[in-house]
Write a protein that binds this ligand. Structure first.
Ligand code: ATP
Ligand code: MG
Length: 250
């Protein structure tokens, strides 16, 4: 087991109020780590810190170190870090262009692909990896805005894959989706962990138990417990975890 990300004593603050307290956590390569916990427990702040999405927020301050492989992410070039660590949000936001153009947009911008055949290859490969190819292969020139919500979310996954990341962060990616679309996104995530390392923030404890290898429970800015998903759900070691997963609060 290789630790892809090592978080050491990370604390985060907004306007001097501490919202993540001395968090230390290892994220294993090619695994899915779920982060669960009630509202305001710091889940999104944790994800946004992993690709330095909060760096421009002057109210935000952090302390501690995060290593990606063995490099401190806070010393890295931000654009390079964002390409290595991609992030998917709750609301899919495709670009108002075709399915095909949505995928080749960023790699073209970064100069990662040049020829038409390279473009075709990346479109096919990323759509296959996002479990969307079979549904859209005959209409790649259709507008992405006309797809269903679940398809748009998987297209957004394909767009992230197109810049060749190593880690993908998902922040409640299924919160606006129906159960069938949710199942398809979950299926895509399970496929993706063969190539990528995944951190999934979810309000849905059943989703965490279905897809993840490990689960971390956050409460009021603290990591209460992290364990193999089966262990955490079957025999949680902390009372707070048990209360949360059995629906007693949150
Ligand atoms: N940009 C911000 N400015 C100031 N405070 C913030 C900001 N973002 C989050 N917070 C505060 O930080 C704390 C943690 O918020 P965060 O969004 O990380 O929680 P969360 O676990 O993702 O919650 P939810 O389940 O509602 O998404 C909360 O008290 C929130 O009000
Ligand atoms: Mg959140």
């Amino acid at each position: 087991m290789v630790n892809k990300i090592k978080v050491k004593q990370l604390s985060c603050y907004y306007n001097k109020k501490c919202v993540l307290k001395s968090l230390s956590i290892n994220i294993v390569q090619n695994e899915i780590l779920s982060v669960i916990g009630p509202a305001n427990s710091g889940k999104t702040t944790f994800l946004r810190t992993l690709n330095r999405m909060n760096d421009l927020n002057i109210a935000y301050y952090r302390d501690g170190v995060v290593y990606l492989d063995d490099n401190n992410i806070f010393d890295m070039n931000m654009e390079k870090l964002r390409r290595r660590v991609g992030m998917l949000f709750a609301m899919p936001i495709p670009l108002p262009m075709s399915i095909y153009e949505n995928i080749v947009y960023a790699p073209k911008l970064f100069g990662l692909i040049k020829t038409k055949s390279e473009q075709n290859d990346i479109v096919e490969q990323t759509l296959k990896d996002a479990s969307l190819w079979d549904e859209v292969k005959d209409r790649l020139n259709f507008s992405a805005m006309k797809m269903s919500g679940g398809q748009q979310q998987r297209l957004c996954i394909a767009r992230i894959l197109a810049v060749n990341p190593e880690v993908i962060l998902f922040d409640e990616p299924c919160s606006g989706l129906d159960p069938i679309s949710t199942a398809k996104v979950e299926e895509a995530m399970i496929e993706l962990k063969r190539k990528y390392t995944i951190v999934l923030v979810t309000n849905n404890v059943k989703q965490a138990s279905r897809v993840s290898d490990k689960t971390a429970f956050f409460l009021m800015g603290r990591l209460i417990e992290i364990d193999k998903t089966g262990e955490l759900f079957v025999s949680p070691k902390k009372k707070e975890t048990e209360d949360y997963i059995t629906g007693r609060f949150g």
